[in-house]
Design a protein around this ligand. Structure first.
Ligand code: F6P
Length: 365
């Protein structure tokens, strides 16, 4: 990849990959504005790395194009959520091509000096793969799941937790009025961050996370004990990746080809079992993609802006193969290779778990 050798950074690409998360637009805005301040042009690639498969899958981005997007969810560039694009050749207007060859060719044709890749673990792994094949990339970690290693926070998480907490608040109304058990299933894949944070912040009575396999009988006993003490309702927060002792996670669609496994349905299973074991009327609510929508919180806007500005600094320093990260109170950078193939789950000695137990919240153990 020698198109940029010997010249300064004049033209960079930017793309968003994987599931959308509130704050993506804030990163795009920060990169575009700070690039423009250094007289560097930004090219927005459309729909993730697919933006590098056709000559017309991009648009120029000027500060004017990113005005007003700070507070908007989603991504103005579009995104694609596929597992491993290297697994298959890509159909192009020039016929089928090996995916990586095509992307590297388009990167050269567009005369890009660097690529800022905003994505979760899957997208960052693809970015790292391209880096090993010579593409100068800088990664920016995003996901509502907060499960990327080497950074204490990803943007999108705070917004998702805020929404899920409000949902738990609202579910208290019906739970209390009807003396019911209300079960709420939240996202998070194989990590329990959203469930734990929203559960504790919303005052849930039971919180089930993938890191701690649960025992339904123990949860039913906990709810009956609450009942005997006069609490006639219970709120149960279930992470989509939670699973019972001796059982498995609930899968909606198994991994197939380039698509990753899709989780879901554990809330409904827990609901049916708790109704049977306690004899109490029980209802299930699945928050689903509502957690990914809406305006980012101020925390997420600030983190995304800091990430974007730092990513541009790394580009100017030609510090490629890196990912920006939050090590409070600082934004730092870490090698992308340390991120690939790992996920960050809730540590079993985490103080928030201890706090939940000390508040008499059941973790299903
Ligand atoms: O990674 C973000 C996330 O929302 C997960 O919490 C969830 O399991 C998954 O994406 C859902 O993916 P999709 O949008 O493809 O259904």
């Amino acid at each position: 990849m020698s198109s940029s050798a010997g010249r300064g950074v004049q033209r960079i690409g930017i793309l968003t990959g994987g599931g959308d998360a509130p704050g993506l637009n804030a990163v795009i805005r920060a990169v575009v504005k700070s690039a423009a301040n250094c007289h560097c042009e930004t090219i927005g690639l459309l729909d993730g790395f697919d933006g590098l498969t056709e000559p017309d899958q991009w648009r120029p981005l000027t500060p004017k194009d990113v005005t007003g997007i700070l507070r908007i969810g989603g991504t103005i560039l579009g995104t694609a959520n596929r597992g491993n694009p290297f697994a298959r050749p890509v159909e192009t207007s020039d016929g089928p091509r090996p995916y990586s060859d095509r992307c590297l060719e388009m990167f050269r044709k567009l005369q890009l000096d660097a690529l800022v890749v905003i994505g979760g673990d899957g997208t960052l792994a693809i970015a790292h793969e391209f880096f090993t094949r010579g593409m100068p990339v800088v990664g920016v970690p995003k996901t509502i799941d907060n499960d990327i290693v080497e950074t204490t926070n990803t943007f999108g998480f705070d917004t998702a937790v805020g929404f899920a907490t409000e949902a738990v608040d609202r579910l208290h109304t019906t739970a209390e009025a009807h003396h019911r058990i209300m079960v709420v299933e939240v996202m998070g894949r194989y990590a329990g961050w959203i469930a734990l944070y929203a559960g504790v912040a919303g005052g849930a009575d039971v919180i089930l996370i993938p890191e701690i396999p649960f025992d339904l009988q123990k949860i039913a006993d906990h709810i009956k004990r609450r009942e005997s003490l006069g609490a006639r309702f219970s709120i149960v927060v279930v992470a989509e990746g939670a699973w019972p002792v001796g059982g498995t996670t609930s899968v909606v669609r198994p991994a197939e080809g380039e698509y990753v496994e899709k989780l879901g349905g554990m809330g409904a299973i827990v609901t049916a079992e708790l109704e049977r074991l306690t004899g109490k009327e029980t209802r299930n609510v699945v928050l689903g993609h509502l957690q990914r929508g809406g305006s980012p919180t101020s925390f997420d806007r600030l983190l995304a802006t800091r990430f974007g500005a730092h990513a541009m600094e790394l580009v100017l320093q030609r510090k490629f193969g890196t990912m920006v990260a939050f090590h409070p109170p600082n934004i730092v950078d870490v090698p992308l290779e340390r991120v690939v193939g790992r996920i960050r789950t809730v540590p079993l000695d985490f103080d928030v778990l201890r706090a939940a137990r000390s508040m008499n919240v059941s973790l299903g153990e």
